[in-house]
Design a binder for this molecule. Structure first.
Ligand code: F6P
Length: 548
């Protein structure tokens, strides 16, 4: 690919932004009574409202132009065609193949690697997992002492933790009361400790989830969990209380888990794209095979939409080009994720890995330094909590942060009356960010309330809202497995769209290696990086902990 900043549409967008930057969202809405209709798109009953971003028809036309000039269609065809789009690791990125078998109405896309359909492989592994999950869920599979399994502890980190943990919480209303699920990721023993403190070894099943089965944190937690269980029930019990999810049979065997209790996936599934694979075993245990198929079906439907819908109606494309607009033309370095759904409270953390591990790169696919900004900082939390924490900065801080509001129409909680409050707050925040409140309106309001002139003058600047702060709203009819699958796939493809325009490989993560190496050197007592700060802190650690 060529340097995106040299593309004609990029140049045109720079000139366009220079002209558009003084036009406010208030003006854009005033000038177009149908702005919501004109700047929103739908996929089925999922609505993407991007009208509260500072864009016009011209902006969107040019942004779609960049996608075309960056040859998004070719990149997408290579992705779906099973080509080795992860060029630094020589692998395809075919997570879409994991959900294809679940596509509704026999509408499944076919995915091939080296000419071979991977569908049967995927389906066979799904069936094994479904069978195992049914045995656990219906009590046919018992622990070593004959008791039913009631507690699932998934030990994994990064993509082997964040996806399943997100989905299990998001589908909380679909989990019957029969199983409790916990996720242990941090190598800090406190994490495992807290979970084991409430675990009954006779009723607990550990899933050791690791694509490589070499990740230091996961293996440390797995060894400790194993020691704990063997200490309580004896070594022979380990067999019935541990299963593995991995691509690495040899390492699973070496750890002491029988390959018959291992669920497989493949190196063409990236860690942060793996919840659809055997890494989703905890999800299947939680909500059952049927709901897991719904999750896959929602994602498969989004795959087809991404592949086939025209750019102007294509939700992942719209989200992706808006990210490029904010990042590269408006100079915005952050992106907030604000789900107005407590059950989606883990979404910001999940998207941090998806977006920042994928697109936090500063060399192109060919290895040349990029001369343009790539991934923004992704952060956020569930509304309304964030309103009482960091929204102050969103409304009146010195920089604008584009926000994604994720709203859900139908409530599934036991307290549906509160849902109106939640929904109204989400809408109100987006409107307040967009339209603000002028100094004149603030002064008039205070004067009408009888405040004296001096008070009005001194308080007005503090109480003024500048507005003109961009946001996008994704409205789901309901937070069920199908729509959740579609939502996650939407973000996966959005990341791919932005990566294609930025000419970076979103499927590798070399940036995590150096820290691992240095930690290993420190652990091995080899002195680590050798700087005075690290050495000084290590020496203090040794003295505080009496390690010397
Ligand atoms: O943090 C790096 C990383 O490789 C992630 O990409 C991955 O999701 C995580 O570690 C866990 O890897 P594994 O599943 O191999 O244990």
């Amino acid at each position: 690919m060529t340097n995106p900043t040299q593309l004609p549409a990029w140049k045109a967008l720079e000139a366009h932004q220079a002209k558009l930057k003084d036009t406010t969202l208030t003006q854009l809405f005033a000038g177009d009574a149908a702005r919501f209709q004109n700047f929103s798109a739908r996929f089925g009953d999922i609505v993407l409202d991007y009208s509260k971003n500072g864009v016009t028809d011209v902006t969107m036309g040019l942004l779609f132009g960049i996608a075309n000039e960056a040859k998004l269609d070719t990149a997408r065809a290579r992705l779906f065609g099973g080509e080795k789009v992860n060029n630094t690791e020589g692998r395809p990125a075919l997570h879409m193949a994991l959900r294809a078998p679940a596509a509704h109405g026999g509408n499944a896309l076919k995915f091939k690697i080296d000419g071979k359909d991977v569908g049967p492989l995927v389906e066979a592994e799904l069936e094994l997992m479904f069978d195992f999950a049914d045995q656990i869920r219906h009590g046919a599979f018992k622990g070593a002492t004959g008791k039913r399994i009631r507690h699932i502890v998934n030990i994994g980190i990064g993509g082997s933790d964040l996806g399943p943990a997100l989905i299990v919480d998001a589908l909380r209303p679909d989990i019957g009361g029969k199983l409790t699920l916990d996720f242990v990721s941090n190598v800090d023993g406190a994490h495992l400790d807290a979970v084991l403190a409430k675990a009954d070894p006779e009723k607990t099943l550990f899933i050791i989830a690791s694509k490589t089965f070499t990740t230091a944190e996961t293996m440390a937690n797995a060894r400790s969990a194993r020691k704990w269980l063997a200490g309580k029930l004896g070594e022979a019990a380990v067999d019935r209380h541990f299963v593995a999810v991995s691509t690495n049979i040899a390492a699973v065997q070496e750890f002491g888990i029988d390959p018959a209790r291992m669920f497989r996936f493949w190196d063409w599934v990236g860690g942060r794209y793996s919840l659809w694979s055997a890494i989703g075993l905890s999800i299947i245990l939680a909500v059952g095979p049927h709901k897991f198929r719904d999750l896959l079906a929602g994602a498969a439907a989004m795959d087809r939409h991404f592949l086939e819908a025209p750019l102007t109606e294509n939700l992942p494309v719209i989200l992706g080009v808006l990210q490029v607009w904010h990042r590269n033309f408006c100079g915005m370095g952050a992106q907030a994720v604000l789900p107005y759904a407590q059950d989606l409270w883990r979404l910001p953390a999940y998207l941090q890995q998806l977006e920042m591990e994928s697109n936090g790169k500063s060399v192109t696919r060919a290895g040349a330094p990029v001369g343009w900004s790539t991934s923004p900082v992704i952060w956020g939390q569930a509304g309304t909590n964030g309103q009482h924490a960091f929204h102050q900065m969103l409304h009146q801080g010195s920089e604008a942060v584009p926000c994604d509001f994720i709203l859900v129409a139908r409530d599934r909680s036991a307290f549906p009356d509160q849902h109106h409050m939640l929904f109204a707050n989400g809408l109100a925040q987006a409107a307040a960010l967009a339209f603000g409140k002028s100094g004149a309106a603030v002064s008039a309001e205070m004067a009408a309330a009888g405040r004296d002139v001096a008070t009005v003058a001194s308080l007005t600047p503090h109480r003024t809202f500048p507005g003109n702060r961009p946001s996008t709203t994704i409205l789901l009819p309901v937070l069920d497995a199908y729509h959740l699958g579609a939502l996650i796939a939407l973000y996966e493809h959005k990341v791919f769209v932005a990566a294609t325009i930025w000419d970076i490989n979103p499927f590798d993560q070399w940036g995590v290696e150096l820290g691992k190496e240095m930690a290993n050197a420190l652990l091995a007592g080899k002195g680590g990086p050798g700087d005075s700060s690290t050495a000084g802190l290590m020496a203090l650690y040794d003295s505080f902990t009496h390690r010397q």
